[in-house]
Design a protein around this ligand. Structure first.
Ligand code: FAD
Length: 305
C-alpha cells in the first residue's frame, strides 16, 4: 500500500532512547558521546538496561546516576525480578530513589542461561508483582514491556494482553514495546490492546538496524518476526557498511512515518549506544535539536579549527 501522506505540520512527537551499560572504557566513551549528541533532542526520558549479574547491575546504577549528576536528561532505570529476593530488589529501588531517580522500567527479566525462567524463592515472580512492590517502596513513575508479536512464553496472545493490563493496573503508567519490523503487527496490537480495555500509552520500540546479521540474531531471540523483505534488502551488503547505513535509515524512516501517519506521537529508540541513525530518524519525525545543541556543535566545530 502507498505510504499515506504526512500532514504538513504534524507536531513533532515525543521521543525517548534506550542505552545499555558499557563493559569497557572504550564502550563507555562511545556511550557518552552518543548520550551527548542525543541529549540535544530533549527526549522525554532515556532508559538504561539491566543485566543478570552483579557487575553489570552496578554498571547500570553507575550509568543512571551519572545521567542524573551530569546531564539534563531524565533517566529511567531498568530493573528485573530475576535472581534476587524481593528485599534485594527493593533495596536497589530505594538506592535509585535516594539518588533522585524517579522512573523505573519494571521487567521480569530472563535467566542468564537458556534454562526456563524460575522465580527466586523469595523473589517477585512476574513483572506485575514487581510493579506492585515498587509502588510500595516509593511513588515511582513506572514503564513496563509490551509484546506486539506476543511474548514467547505467553500461553496465548490474549493471556499476554491480560498480563499487560495487570502490569498497568498495578501502577505502571505506560508500556514500551518490544522491537518489531512489521509495522502492521504493531498497529493490530494497538487495536487488540484497546479492545482489552488498555488505555495507557503503548510506545513503539524502534530499532534502526544497519548490522542486519546482529539485529536478526537479537530480534529472533526476543521473538521478533524478521520479514523476508528486510533480509532481501540487506542481502549481499555484508561488506558494504555505507549502503547498509542508508538502507537502515530508509527502513526505519518508512516505519516511523507510517506509525506517525496512524496517529502515533511517541517513539522509543533502541539506540544500541550509537547516535547517528537515531538522530537522523528523529529529524525525519520532525524532532530538532534544541538551542543547547547548537552550542554543542559550535564547540565541536571550534575544536576542529
Ligand atoms: P512479564 O510481564 O512478567 O511476562 C513474562 C511472561 O510470563 C509472559 O509470557 C507473560 O504472558 C507470562 N505471565 C505473566 N504473568 C503470568 C501469570 N500470572 N501466569 C502465567 N503467565 C504469566 N531484560 C533484561 O534482562 N534487562 C532489561 O533491561 C530488559 N529491558 C527490556 C525492555 C523492554 C522495553 C522490553 C520489551 C524487554 C526488556 N527485557 C529486558 C526483556 C524481558 O526481561 C524479557 O522479555 C522477559 O522474558 C519478560 O519480561 P516482562 O517484564 O515482559 O515479563
Amino acid at each position: 500500500a502507498p505510504l499515506p501522506t504526512r500532514a504538513p505540520r504534524a507536531p513533532a512527537p515525543a521521543i525517548s532512547f534506550e542505552f545499555f551499560p558499557p563493559k569497557t572504557e572504550a564502550l563507555e566513551t562511545q556511550l557518552w558521546s552518543c548520550i551527548r549528541r542525543l541529549e540535544a533532542l530533549a527526549p522525554q526520558f532515556v532508559s538504561v538496561t539491566y543485566g543478570a549479574g552483579g557487575s553489570t547491575q552496578e554498571r547500570t546504577h553507575a550509568t543512571v546516576t551519572r545521567l542524573v549528576r551530569e546531564t539534563s536528561l531524565t533517566p529511567a532505570a531498568h530493573l528485573t525480578c530475576v535472581g534476587a529476593s524481593r528485599g534485594e530488589v527493593d533495596d536497589v529501588a530505594r538506592r535509585y530513589w535516594d539518588a533522585g531517580v524517579r522512573h523505573i522500567v519494571a521487567l521480569r527479566g530472563d535467566p542468564p542461561s537458556k534454562a526456563p525462567y524460575q522465580p527466586h524463592p523469595q523473589g517477585y515472580e512476574y513483572a506485575a508483582d514487581l510493579v506492585s512492590g515498587l509502588k510500595r517502596v516509593a511513588d515511582f513513575d513506572i514503564s513496563v514491556a509490551a509484546y506486539p508479536e506476543t511474548h514467547a512464553q505467553a500461553e496465548n496472545p490474549q493471556a499476554d494482553l491480560d498480563n499487560l493490563k495487570r502490569k498497568l493496573d498495578a501502577g505502571a503508567s505506560r508500556a514500551i514495546s518490544q522491537v518489531f519490523f512489521e509495522t502492521g503487527n504493531f498497529l493490530d496490537f494497538l487495536d487488540r490492546a484497546l479492545a482489552a480495555g488498555i488505555t495507557a500509552p503503548i510506545i513503539p520500540g524502534i530499532m534502526p538496524v544497519s548490522n542486519f546479521a546482529q539485529a536478526k540474531r537479537i530480534s529472533e531471540m526476543g521473538g521478533t518476526y524478521v520479514p523476508g523483505w528486510m533480509a532481501e534488502m540487506f542481502d549481499g551488503l555484508d561488506d558494504d557498511a555505507e549502503t547498509r547505513q542508508m538502507v537502515a535509515a530508509a527502513i526505519a524512516a518508512e516505519q516511523v512515518r507510517t506509525l506517525q501517519a496512524n496517529g502515533i506521537d511517541e517513539f522509543h529508540f533502541y539506540t544500541l549506544n550509537r547516535a547517528d541513525l537515531t538522530y537522523a530518524i528523529a529529524r525525519i519525525l520532525g524532532v530538532k535539536a534544541k538551542e543547547a545543541s547548537a552550542s554543542f556543535f559550535e564547540k565541536k566545530e571550534t575544536k576542529k579549527l
